[in-house]
Write a protein of this length. Structure first.
Length: 161
């Protein structure tokens, strides 16, 4: 399968009112709306109407299908091969078998699924977990870095925590 540019697969995650956003990166998971907004599938108006008023409502959206982390950071799953850098202010999960041809930078944790591959550097403010049979062809930096048996890192590993 031909890798798609990241711009086609993921939109910038916008933090509204201190809460994170969730996205599963893959064909058809996020649909662009007018004005650069993204349809995240939860039937709310996600567009920016240009004013500075608080357009939020008082609904409890805790069970709206979003995969938000407990700290309000975004949760992004990369479900298809990507031929670009990935930068997220939150947690990144690279699904099993997915290849990312670029650097991955996260404001939270980074997890590589089985047989996932990153052809670039990994830098996380949180923890990095590289499971069995996953590969990183570059340097890995995180608060803690866990490399399972059978996983490979072809670069330097630095723990900052």
């Amino acid at each position: 399968m031909k890798a798609k540019p990241l711009a086609v697969l993921i939109a910038t995650v916008v933090l509204l009112g201190g809460t994170g956003a969730a996205a599963a990166v893959g064909t058809g998971d996020l649909a662009p709306l007018a004005g650069g907004a993204v349809d995240d599938g939860d039937d709310r108006d996600d567009s920016d109407d240009g004013d500075d008023r608080d357009d939020s409502d008082d609904r409890d959206d805790s069970d709206d299908g979003d995969d938000r982390s407990g700290d309000g950071r975004s949760e992004v799953t990369i479900a298809e091969d990507v031929d670009d850098d990935v930068r997220v202010d939150g947690n990144v999960h690279v699904a099993p078998g997915v290849v990312v041809d670029g650097d991955v930078e996260a404001g939270g944790d980074v997890t590589l699924g089985e047989d996932a591959e990153i052809e670039g550097n990994v830098e996380a403010d949180g923890d990095v977990e590289i499971v069995a049979d996953a590969e990183v062809d570059g340097d890995v930096t995180g608060a803690t870095v866990s490399v399972s048996d059978g996983a490979e890192v072809d670069g330097d590993v630095e723990e900052t925590g």
